[in-house]
Ligand binder design. Structure first.
Ligand code: NIG
Length: 388
């Protein structure tokens, strides 16, 4: 099975651009990228100068959920704070109740539908977290539903076990249960999966995150941390001490925090759709990149703080609110996001890389962040096949 896309403006994903080139794919790989050479191929697509770039890699989502939080959003619009809604038993906990009530098969179907919207929007690799179960039974149910939906997805799903998402009234033993029971059960069925926690007032304390992460690390899991979203509890320092893959959010981080992070090997993940939807607070992407940080941008797709899975919209927000350029944003949703997820075979349009590509309707890649509100993706190729 071979495919050629001819006459494209190729945005490689690493900051370079080939003004006019053909991309030849065979099976799930890119075979050549370069000047026009007549090759025989099963399928030929003429790009007519449109932008061809790597498929988007969304490295932070909570895309598996049940129910909705529409009533709660009316409270948000009246100025009620996200953490106050959580403290009153809503927010993440409302979604926990809905997820517990839904079967694994229906959850998988929900996710499948969202994944197909993502694919239409150019996302070919997506990380999906658990975290709305809070018990061993329901966290495993979520991870199995993610695995099930992934099997029917033309792109790639990377699951994450978000075991420390929040606490629950009436369950004083929740943290011990997660560490002593849920983590070993997840380890047995999903060895090596990344383990995540939300280090925040009203969610997991620094001390409890440390206990969870130390045990997860001893079992061979990599670590990701939701930290500094509202409150600096020290999650960033803990992440650096433990060599986490990423710290995610960073809206409340100081310049010194961002510099410290930038001088480490840990990625910073910024999620501008969250500030757009909730409280207009954004992480300082400019300061982080200027200090040499490794940045990924992601949708944070979830029913509470970021009900979107559009990476083009995230790019548009990032160039307006994080102070970064269109080119920096493109890298943060392609090659850098791939590196964060440990996927060395994708995120660039180059020979030998996985044939996950998009063709935009634009002929200038700056249009990606300039426009917003529509879908700029004309063609999606995943694993060498045209899928949208
Ligand atoms: O990254 N902050 C914690 N978790 C998500 C929100 C999840 C939800 O509100 O359902 C986030 O913003």
């Amino acid at each position: 099975m071979s495919l050629v896309i001819r006459g494209a403006r190729v945005v490689v994903g690493d900051g370079t651009v080939l003004p006019r080139a053909d991309v030849h794919m065979k099976d799930d790989r890119i075979v050549t990228v370069g000047a026009h050479t007549p090759v025989s191929s099963d399928t030929v697509i003429e790009a007519f100068g449109r932008v061809l770039m790597p498929g988007f890699i969304d490295a932070h989502t909570h895309a598996l959920w049940a129910g909705n939080r529409l009533d709660e959003y009316e409270q948000v619009q009246r100025g009620v704070a996200y953490l106050d809604i959580l403290e009153a038993g809503g927010g993440i906990l409302a979604t926990v109740r809905a997820v517990r009530d839904m079967s694994e098969a229906r959850l998988a179907e929900n996710l499948r539908r969202r994944l197909s919207v993502m694919l239409e929007g150019g996302t070919t690799t997506v990380e999906v977290k658990s975290g709305y179960g809070l018990t061993t039974e329901h966290e495993l149910k979520m991870l199995r539903a993610i695995r099930r939906a992934a099997q029917e997805f033309a792109g790639t799903v990377i699951p994450t076990a978000l075991l420390g998402h929040t606490l629950e009234a009436g369950r004083p033993g929740l943290v011990d249960e997660v560490i002593d029971e849920t983590l070993p059960a997840v380890h047995a069925e999903f060895p090596g999966i990344a383990v995540d926690a939300f280090c925040e007032k009203g969610a997991w304390s620094l001390a409890d995150c440390r206990r969870l992460f130390e045990k997860a690390r001893s079992l061979g899991h990599v670590i990701r941390v939701h930290t500094d979203q509202f409150t600096r509890l020290g999650g960033l320092d803990l992440a650096l001490e433990l060599g986490a893959m990423s710290v995610d959010h960073l809206e409340a981080s100081t310049l010194d925090d961002l510099k410290k992070l930038a001088h480490s090997r840990t990625f910073g993940v910024m999620l501008p759709a969250t500030g757009f939807h909730t409280d207009r607070r954004y992480a300082n992407g400019r300061a982080f990149l200027d200090a040499g940080g490794k940045l990924a941008l992601a949708s944070n797709c979830n029913p509470g703080s970021a009900p979107t899975s559009s990476i083009p919209f995230v790019v548009a927000l990032a160039i307006r609110h994080l102070g970064i350029t269109n080119q920096e944003a493109i890298q943060a949703v392609t090659s850098s996001a791939a590196e964060l997820l440990g996927l060395t075979d994708r995120g660039r349009v180059a020979e030998g890389y996985r044939a996950d590509l998009v063709v935009l309707r634009h002929s200038d890649e700056r249009q990606l962040g300039y426009e917003f509100g529509g879908n700029p993706v004309d063609v999606v190729v995943a694993g060498g096949k045209v899928v949208a």
